[in-house]
Design a protein around this ligand. Structure first.
Ligand SMILES: Nc1ncnc2c1ncn2[C@@H]1O[C@H](COP(=O)(O)OP(=O)(O)OP(=O)(O)O)[C@@H](O)[C@H]1O
Length: 619
C-alpha cells in the first residue's frame, strides 16, 4: 500500500468510522431475511420456480439416456420423436420458467432494497445535528448508494444463484446416494472440509471488503471536496491542486491494493477447491482400476459423471460464499445506521399560522458539544416576549448560533428548559431559523421558493422576492422564475443566495423567526433594506436577530450580549447603548469601522422616533 507523510489538512481515509464488532454471518443474514416477511409468498413462489426449473434441467439427461440406450439402438423412431419432442418442451418450459422466476425475484428484491434505502434515509434524517457534522456526506452517501446497490445485487442475483446451486446439489446428491452412497459420502466429506477451509478465507475477504468500502467513501469525500466549485477554487487559489491530486492518487492506489488482496484471498481458496475436486475423477479411475476388477467402464463413467454433477454446485456454493461475505459486510454497514436511535421526528405539517407571536423562555440552558473543552452555552436564562425583537450579539464563538439552534428546536440542550407559550417541546413546529449558510436546492428559483410550504401563490412569491430586494434579478433573467441556479445556488452571487434563502423562509409558517447572520454577505445599504423588510414582515411574530455586525436598531429592541456561552448583558438597546458596558463597546467599535448609515425608519410615516441620547441611526 502506498506510504505517505500525514498532512494535517488532509487526514487519511475516514477517521470517523469505527470498526464495529463483527456480527456472525448467520445473525446478519437472519436480520435481512426479516425484511422479506411482507413478501413471503413471492419469495416462496421464486423458490418453487427455481425448484421446478432445476428439476426440469435434471430430467433432460434422463431423456437423453433413453435416447441413447433405447431409441437409437432399437431404431424406434416413434420413441425417438416423443423423446426429442419432450426434450424440446422441457428446454422451452425451463427457459420460460427462468424468465418468470427472474421477474419475480427482481420484483421482490427491488421492493426489499427500495424499502431498505428509504429506511436508511429516514434513520439518517432522524439524527441529531452532530451526526451530520461527525459523519460527513460521503459516509451517508456510500451507505445509501453503493452498499444498498451491493445488497440489491445480492438479493436478486447471488441469492438466486445460491438457491439454484443448492437445489442442484440436493438433486445430484439424492441421485448419487441411490447409485453409490460411498462416493456420495466421500464427496460430502470433501465438501465439508473445503467449506471449513473456505471459511478462513471468507472472514479475511469480508474484512478486506469493509476496508474497500471505507476507501470508496473517502473517494466520495475527495470528489465532493476537490471537484466542487469551492474545492477547485481552494486548490487553485492556494496552488495546492497537486496535493489534492496526490491524496486522490493515494486512495486510488489503496483501493487497488485492497481489491487485489481481496480477490487473491478468494483465488487461493478457489484454486484449492478446484484442484481438490479435479483430483476426484482420477482417484475414482485409480480405485476402480486397482481394487475393483469387476467394474465395467460404464459404471465408472456414470460415477464420474455424477461426481461432476455434485461437485459443480458445491464449487459454485463455495465460490458464492465470497459474494455472500461481501454482502454481509455491506449489510453490517447498513445495519449500523438502522440500529441508530431515531432522535428527531418531523413535526406534523402545519396550516398557516394564526396563533400570533410566540413567547419563549429559556431557563438555565446549557449545551456542550461532544469533544469540546468548554460548554457552548452555560446556564442561560432568557425571555423572548411575544412580538419582541431581540438582537443577540457577542464575539465570535460566544455561542450565538448555538443559542439560535436551541431557540429553533434544532438542538436539545444538555440541561435546562426551553418553553414556548409556557409549554415545552413544540419549538420545531412553531419557530424557524434562517441559518448562517443558506442551503439551496439544485433547481430553479421557483423550485427553491415553493419548497417553503404547499399552496404558495405567484403573488406571494412576488411579495417575498420584493421583500428581499430580488425582484430586479428575476426581471433581468431570460427565463425569469424558471432560471436554474445550479448546485446549492452556485450560479448566484453570495448575496443573492442569502436573500433567496431569506425569501424562502418568509414564505414558511412560523410564529417565531430566528435569523442567524442572514445578511452578512450584503452591502450595508441592501442589508439595511432587507432587515427593515424583515422586521416589517415579522410584525405579528417574535423576531430574533443574531448579528455580529449590528443591524439598524430600534430603542425598544431587546439586546443580549453573549460572552463564552454566558449572558454578559441584557436590556433594551436604549438602555445598554449608554450603559458603558459590553454592548456599548461593541457599538462604539462598529461605529468606528462603519461611518453612520443614514436611512429612513421602517416604522412608516406615522411613527415618531423617540428622543433618546442614542447613536441613531445605528450602524
Ligand atoms: N458542531 C460543533 N462541535 C463542536 N464544537 C462546536 C460545534 N459548533 C460550535 N462549536 C463550538 O461552540 C462554541 C460556540 O459556537 P457558535 O457557533 O455557537 O458561536 P458563534 O457565537 O455563533 O460564533 P460566530 O460568530 O463565529 O458564528 C465555539 O467554541 C465553537 O467552536
Amino acid at each position: 500500500m502506498a506510504q505517505s507523510t500525514v498532512d494535517p489538512a488532509h487526514p487519511k481515509a475516514e477517521p470517523i468510522e469505527r470498526e464495529p464488532a463483527e456480527a456472525t454471518t448467520l445473525h446478519v443474514l437472519r436480520r435481512m431475511a426479516v425484511r422479506f416477511r411482507p413478501y413471503r409468498w413471492h419469495t416462496a413462489g421464486s423458490l418453487l420456480l427455481i425448484l421446478v426449473t432445476v428439476g426440469l434441467s435434471t430430467a433432460a439427461p434422463l431423456l437423453l439416456q433413453r435416447v441413447i440406450d433405447d431409441a437409437v439402438p432399437n431404431h424406434d423412431t416413434t420413441l425417438l420423436a416423443v423423446l426429442c419432442g419432450l426434450m424440446m418442451a422441457l428446454g422451452l418450459s425451463a427457459s420460460l420458467l427462468a424468465v418468470a422466476e427472474t421477474a419475480l425475484t427482481n420484483w421482490t428484491g427491488q421492493r426489499v432494497s427500495a424499502r431498505l434505502r428509504v429506511d436508511v434515509y429516514d434513520r439518517a434524517r432522524a439524527q441529531p445535528l452532530r451526526f451530520y457534522s461527525e459523519q460527513g456526506q460521503s459516509q451517508i452517501q456510500s451507505r445509501l448508494i453503493s452498499d444498498i446497490d451491493g445488497i440489491d445485487r445480492f438479493l436478486t442475483s447471488t441469492v438466486h444463484q445460491a438457491l439454484s446451486a443448492l437445489v442442484s446439489l440436493v438433486a445430484a446428491g439424492v441421485a448419487m446416494v441411490i447409485l453409490s452412497w460411498p462416493l456420495a459420502l466421500v464427496s460430502m466429506a470433501l465438501a465439508t472440509l473445503l467449506s471449513l477451509f473456505n471459511n478462513r478465507f471468507a472472514k479475511r475477504r469480508r474484512r478486506l471488503f469493509r476496508q474497500r468500502q471505507r476507501l470508496l467513501t473517502t473517494v466520495l469525500r475527495y470528489v465532493a471536496e476537490d471537484l466542487s466549485l469551492s474545492g477547485v477554487l481552494l486548490g487553485r487559489t492556494l496552488r495546492r491542486t497537486g496535493r489534492q491530486r496526490d491524496r486522490f492518487v493515494e486512495v486510488a492506489e489503496d483501493i487497488r491494493d485492497v481489491t487485489f488482496r481481496q480477490r487473491m484471498a478468494g483465488m487461493s481458496a478457489y484454486t484449492v477447491i478446484g484442484v481438490s475436486f479435479a483430483c476426484v475423477p482420477p482417484l475414482i479411475f485409480w480405485a476402480y482400476g486397482t481394487f475393483t476388477s469387476a467394474a465395467s467402464v460404464g459404471a465408472v463413467v456414470v460415477l464420474v459423471m455424477l461426481q461432476t454433477r455434485l461437485s459443480q454446485p458445491i464449487q459454485s456454493l463455495l465460490r458464492l460464499s465470497g459474494s455472500v461475505q461481501a454482502s454481509v459486510a455491506m449489510f453490517e454497514r447498513v445495519l449500523e445506521y438502522l440500529d441508530m436511535e431515531a432522535h428527531e421526528e418531523d413535526p406534523a405539517p402545519v396550516r398557516r399560522r394564526t396563533g400570533g407571536p410566540a413567547e419563549v423562555r429559556l431557563r438555565d440552558v446549557s449545551c456542550h458539544y461532544p469533544g469540546a473543552s468548554k460548554p457552548a452555552l452555560a446556564g442561560v436564562d432568557l425571555d423572548f416576549p411575544a412580538g419582541s425583537v431581540t438582537v443577540i450579539t457577542g464575539h465570535t464563538g460566544s455561542g450565538k448560533s448555538t443559542l439560535g439552534l436551541v431557540l429553533a428546536g434544532l438542538l436539545s440542550p444538555d440541561a435546562g428548559s426551553v418553553r414556548i407559550d409556557g409549554r415545552s417541546g413544540r419549538l420545531r413546529s412553531e419557530a424557524t431559523l434562517i441559518p448562517q449558510h443558506t442551503a439551496l436546492l439544485h433547481g430553479t428559483l421557483r423550485d427553491n421558493l415553493l419548497f417553503a410550504r404547499g399552496g404558495i401563490t405567484q403573488a406571494e412569491l412576488d411579495r417575498a422576492l420584493g421583500t428581499v430586494q430580488l425582484s430586479p434579478l428575476i426581471a433581468a433573467l431570460r427565463n425569469g422564475w424558471d432560471t436554474s441556479i445550479g448546485e446549492n445556488g452556485l450560479q448566484l452571487s453570495g448575496g443573492e443566495r442569502q436573500r433567496l434563502g431569506v425569501a424562502r423562509t418568509l414564505l414558511a409558517d412560523y410564529r417565531m423567526l430566528i435569523v442567524d447572520e442572514a445578511t452578512s454577505a450584503l452591502d450595508h445599504h441592501t442589508a439595511d433594506r432587507v432587515n427593515t423588510a424583515l422586521r416589517e414582515h415579522c410584525r405579528d411574530k417574535t423576531l430574533v436577530l443574531i448579528a455580529h455586525r449590528l443591524p439598524r436598531m430600534e430603542p425598544q429592541d431587546r439586546v443580549v450580549v453573549l460572552d463564552r456561552g454566558c449572558v454578559a448583558e441584557r436590556g433594551t438597546h436604549a438602555m445598554l447603548s449608554v450603559s458603558g458596558g459590553a454592548y456599548a463597546s461593541l457599538l462604539a467599535a462598529q461605529h468606528q469601522i462603519e461611518p453612520t448609515r443614514p436611512g429612513p425608519s421602517h416604522r412608516g410615516p406615522n411613527h415618531r422616533e423617540p428622543k433618546l441620547p442614542l447613536p441613531l441611526p445605528l450602524t
